[in-house]
Write a protein that binds this ligand. Structure first.
Ligand SMILES: Cc1cc2nc3c(=O)[nH]c(=O)nc-3n(C[C@H](O)[C@H](O)[C@H](O)COP(=O)(O)OP(=O)(O)OC[C@H]3O[C@@H](n4cnc5c(N)ncnc54)[C@H](O)[C@@H]3O)c2cc1C
Length: 402
């Protein structure tokens, strides 16, 4: 009775870590395999939305992460030309979530906490391995045989299911021949981070700001120690060295906020942005979650959060299977709920966000800002808007899919 063979999870990003900890806490054995020699500490997602914090709280991870993060109750949409600010206060969601705020904390802080928790509190049920890269999978009638490279040496691990949380370039998604449909934006995005207190340069700057501008939109995000500035690059110029150069970054930062000397730059990353969704999230006992299943532009912080919600939904189904419910309908339901909501909600919302922020039509910009200001000023409109942008509504709609 129940799942006795371990659930094998490829990838110790935020999604694989969430699934591993939730399953281990429910008494299900897991093997978490990370291809790298250590948990990556690259500059990636840094916003945890309220419902994700509710989930992390159930895992016992919200409080320790909060201790390393920045609680952000308000955030803003700014029009760079007019200076108008629409400020939303997440406190209106108090009846909808136990965490009516965003937490600004780098994703690696979360994975580090979970990895440690798995290795200490759950060592009896959770095996965690670095340098284990999943290369392929063979399915049998009652399990999976997973081909792994352990520092170049091949081995086969036996499990009940394989969760592909191995990121956007998922080797598992390719091995089971699932198409990754969608498109790639022509321009790359640059993220630069600086310890300079940017709040001294703008009036009333909140820790999260979406700044629209027909010439150059921006996102300004604060973490406990740094400001991150996200800027689009020119799609006509394929020259990463230029975009990563001091000259270009300083030029853009000084254009954003003039300053009498260079800004100190701690990190810089340039990356391609895609909108893609896997054709299915399930191939038998292989289940896709997180970036292996969907990727989108970072405007709105829905990539990592949507992935955590996938892991939550999938773990919930596996726990029910562990307690004796039939597997097939539950796994199909996971794939349907999470894929539908991704296509209908996350993809659409992130694409629209980008379109509106970068629009060159002054009327579109004016109307967008006016709509946002009206919504921010009205508690009912504000709540409706924040239910969507904080992803509570997408979870409710997913739960309603039968
Ligand atoms: C530069 C950058 C900036 C971003 N900024 C934001 C942002 O501001 N907001 C936002 O919401 N999202 C952002 N994202 C997206 C966000 O980081 C992802 O949505 C999130 O990391 C997805 O988590 P994941 O666990 O699915 O995948 P990942 O975090 O990619 O984790 C996958 C893990 O699997 C490991 N792995 C890969 N292949 C294998 C294999 N074959 N076997 C074993 N292990 C393997 C990898 O080493 C990695 O540790 C950004 C992404 C990038 C690249």
């Amino acid at each position: 009775m129940g799942i006795s063979q371990p659930v094998i999870i490829a990838g110790a990003g935020p999604v694989g870590c969430t699934a591993a900890l939730r399953l281990a806490q429910a008494g299900i054995p897991v093997i978490l395999l990370e291809g790298l020699a250590e948990l990556p500490e690259t500059l990636r997602a840094s916003t945890f939305h309220p419902p994700s914090l509710d989930m992390l709280d159930e895992l016992g991870m919200a409080a320790p992460l909060e201790a390393q993060g920045l609680v952000c109750r308000r955030y803003q949409y700014r029009d760079r030309r007019t200076g108008e600010i629409a400020e939303f206060d997440l406190e209106v969601l108090r009846g909808d979530t136990r965490h009516p705020y965003r937490l600004q904390a780098e994703q690696w802080k979360y994975t580090r906490l979970v990895w440690k928790e798995l290795q200490t509190t759950h060592a009896a049920l959770a095996q965690c391995h670095f340098n284990h890269s999943v290369k392929g999978v063979h399915q049998t009638s009652d399990g999976v045989e997973v081909l792994v490279w352990d520092r170049g040496v091949e081995k086969i691990l036996h499990g009940s299911y394989l969760i592909a949380a191995d990121g956007a370039d998922s080797a598992i998604r390719k091995a089971v021949a699932i198409e990754f449909e969608g498109f790639t934006y022509p321009e790359k995005f640059l993220v630069a981070s600086t310890p300079f207190p940017l709040e001294t340069k703008f009036e009333r700057l909140s820790p999260v700001n979406y700044v629209s501008d027909p010439e150059e939109w921006l996102v300004l995000l604060k973490t406990p120690t740094l400001w991150r500035v996200l800027i689009p690059t020119d799609p006509k110029i394929e020259d990463d060295a230029l975009w990563l150069s001091d000259r270009w970054i300083q030029d853009r930062l000084h254009h954003m906020a003039p300053h009498d000397s260079d800004y100190e730059i701690i990190h810089r990353t340039i990356y391609r942005v895609h909108q893609r969704v896997a054709k299915t999230y399930r191939r038998g006992r292989v289940l896709l979650a997180g970036d292996s299943a969907h990727i989108n532009n970072p405007l709105g912080g829905m990539g990592m959060n949507g992935g955590i919600h996938d892991a939550w939904n999938l773990s919930d189904k596996l726990i029910r299977i562990h307690h004796g419910e039939p597997a097939e309908p539950l796994l199909d339901l996971f794939a349907k709920q999470r894929r539908d909501i991704c296509v209908r909600f996350v993809q659409e919302h992130t694409m629209n966000n980008k379109k509106l922020m970068e629009s060159r039509d002054p009327d579109v910009q004016r109307k967008r800002q006016a709509d946002l200001m009206r919504a921010a000023a009205d508690p009912d409109l504000s709540r409706a808007f924040l239910l969507k942008t904080s992803m509570i509504q997408s979870l409710r709609e997913a739960a309603a899919i039968a």
